[in-house]
Design a protein around this ligand. Structure first.
Ligand code: UT7
Length: 336
């Protein structure tokens, strides 16, 4: 009987380049409090958010993806046609088919594999894990991972629990082979029993009637049980962060940056404390200006910390994403 020949990829992988795109329109807390009963002070102290960016109609998920991908490819020194795969993580591409990744592939001029994933705010770290494994398995030499969201489209500006939280944007990385380990083991999982803590108000194909009987229903919009998610993130994600360090065989003192998902500054504070992160290790705090960009958050923060010199190229960073599902993923990476 014939034996199937298998493929072997690279021994190690790394992030070769990162790129980000944030929309031009700044939405301040002062604007938000014209929609909900709140205050600039409450939003800043309870979440850490001072402002967020929302896309104009032209700043679509496709345009933002292409912009961030272009920067990541240039930084990596890779052309679009060298990509073996494109993974796009998003919950705000409103077509079930075709996948946003295929539209991005068309714009970049590549015929590599292309598909979307839906893993909420953990989506970028999920994508990095998949891409790294692909390169190691030999199914692609270079993989583009994009996290992109237009959460403004999913935000009910009259919902006090979510109107102030979300922002739009895109971030991308190119992952490829490496001579030394550049992406540590992923610690990931899902707690599906908590699926109902972050939801959308109704399914895309299920437009309910308005209470007054008209067809004026807007949405679907995101809804969140803030306190429940806050507690889960503060406690379980601290454990996941510690586990990702242990799996990578390093300690918090070896880190050159900590880039957690930007859901709430108070969650970040708690993770920093439990990790015992030395004071000199820089921590991503993009939430102040960008809000929560879900899958785009971590690559956006990574790009910014490298660009402003807060984090060193080649340094070790702990990434952790967590959110709707509830899902999570964390890994240690070498910064591009
Ligand atoms: O990205 C996916 C993962 N997401 C997260 O991890 C988000 C986790 N959750 C959170 O970040 C926080 O729960 C929020 C920032 C969403 C809310 O903060 P909180 O401290 O959990 O607020 P709360 O719901 O416990 O409400 C505290 C108080 C209440 O008033 P009383 O009962 O103490 O008088 C609320 O009525 O704050 C009030 N409140 C508000 N006040 C002003 C709730 N929402 C608002 C608001 N503005 N928007």
């Amino acid at each position: 009987m014939a034996v199937i020949r298998e493929k072997q990829g690279a021994a190690h992988t790394r992030i070769m380049g990162v790129g980000g795109y944030v929309p031009s329109r700044v939405v301040t807390n002062d604007e938000v409090i014209t929609w909900i009963d709140s205050s600039d002070e409450w939003i800043r102290t309870r979440s850490g958010i001072a402002e967020r960016r929302w896309g104009t109609p032209e700043e679509t998920v496709l345009e933002m993806s292409v912009q961030s991908a272009g920067k990541a490819l240039a930084a990596a020194g890779i052309s679009g046609d060298q990509l073996g795969a494109i993974i796009v993580s998003t919950v705000s591409h409103f077509h079930q088919t075709p996948a946003l990744a295929c539209l991005v592939a068309d714009r970049l001029g590549t015929n590599g594999a292309a598909y979307d994933i839906s893993a909420g705010c953990a989506g970028f770290c999920y994508g990095v894990a998949q891409a790294s494994d692909m390169v190691k398995a030999g199914s692609a030499e270079y993989v583009l991972v994009i996290g992109v969201e237009r959460l403004s489209d999913l935000t009910d500006i009259h919902d006090r629990g979510t109107a102030f939280i979300f922002g739009d944007g895109a971030g991308a990385v190119v992952i490829g082979p490496s001579d030394t380990p550049g992406i540590g083991p992923v610690v990931w999982g899902a707690e599906g029993d908590k699926y109902d803590t972050i939801t959308q108000t109704f399914a895309w194909n299920d437009k309910p009637e308005a209470e007054d009987g008209s067809d004026e229903v807007r949405g679907p919009f995101l809804r969140m049980e803030g306190q429940a998610v806050f507690r889960w993130a503060s406690y379980q994600m601290a454990e996941v962060s510690l586990k990702a360090l242990a799996e990578a065989g390093i300690t918090a003192g070896d880190l050159d940056a900590f880039i957690p998902h930007q859901a709430n500054n108070r969650i970040t504070d708690r993770l920093v404390k439990v990790l015992g992160l030395p004071e000199e290790v820089p921590v991503a705090r993009t939430i102040a200006e960008y809000g929560n960009n879900s899958a785009a958050t971590i690559p956006l923060a990574m790009e910014r910390m490298l660009a402003d010199g807060t984090a060193p190229s080649g340094g070790l960073a702990l990434l952790i994403g967590f959110g709707a599902g509830l899902v999570y993923a964390a890994q240690v990476v070498a910064l591009p």
